[in-house]
Ligand binder design. Structure first.
Ligand SMILES: O=C(O)/C=C/C(=O)CC(=O)C(=O)O
Ligand code: MG
Length: 227
């Protein structure tokens, strides 16, 4: 019966987007990105959440939510959690990483600016449907040093973001530790580690293409949402 149980209920983290539990996002994790949006460099990680309903996969479009006038791209490295844990120490943190994913933290920047000015949460600006395009799952051993990979993004074939994870302010073990002291991390959770500089607007008809150099790339068209 144990085998049947495992076959029936064990979820495959390589398809986390079909059942994933939470998307934990880190903001302002690159000094140059803090500067371009005129934000102070944080002293501790800035954490927010996206709902898993915001996942979108290649073959579908990113939809500009109705009422948003400035939709920004943010290319990011995502970490896929494979082992549950709370209060995870930094020296054990990488044991909780099952693999990686290339992700876009699509952001309704005008909504975020209004929320910031009114002291309101960013949930709508970051959590609308299609706000989290994700690539196929990347096996852990395909990225030998996640703190030294190149992240790039082009809009209509023009390079907009071209950064390296070596410039993260807070590294992956520290982010896992920090988040897990507040909320348990579980199998299928994803942590988006923040975006390097070069964020900017996309409009209906644009095509975004992004990648982790020598590892993976993905492409998403942008459309207005019609309902
Ligand atoms: O504070 C702001 O104006 C914007 C912050 C973000 O959207 C943060 C991120 O999502 C990021 O740095 O990746
Ligand atoms: Mg982001």
């Amino acid at each position: 019966w144990q085998k049947v149980y495992l076959m029936t209920y064990q979820r495959n983290i390589a398809k986390f987007w079909e059942w994933g539990r939470k998307i934990v996002c880190v903001g302002r994790n690159y000094v140059d990105h803090c500067a371009e949006l005129k934000n102070p460099v944080p002293k501790s990680p800035l954490i927010f959440l996206k709902p898993t309903s915001s996942y979108v996969r290649e073959g579908s479009a990113v939809k500009i939510p109705t009422g948003c006038s400035t939709l920004h791209h943010e290319v990011e490295l995502g970490i896929v959690i494979s082992k549950k844990g709370g209060d995870i120490q930094t020296d054990k943190a990488m044991d909780h990483v099952g693999g990686y994913v290339l992700a876009l933290d699509m952001t309704a920047r005008d909504w975020q600016d209004v929320a910031k000015s009114q002291g309101k949460p960013w949930s709508m600006a970051k959590g609308f449907d299609t706000a989290c395009p994700v690539s196929d799952f990347i096996e852990k051993d395909k990225i030998s040093d996640p703190h030294n990979i190149k992240l790039w993004l082009k809009v209509n074939n023009e390079m907009k973001q071209n950064g390296s994870t070596k410039d993260m302010i807070f590294n992956i073990p520290y982010l896992i530790h920090y988040v897990s002291t507040v909320m348990h991390l579980e199998e299928g959770d994803v942590i988006l580690t923040g975006t390097p500089e070069g964020v900017g607007p996309v409009k209906s008809g644009d095509v975004m293409e992004c990648g982790i150099e020598s590892v993976i790339s993905m492409k998403f068209p942008v459309q207005m949402k019609h309902y």
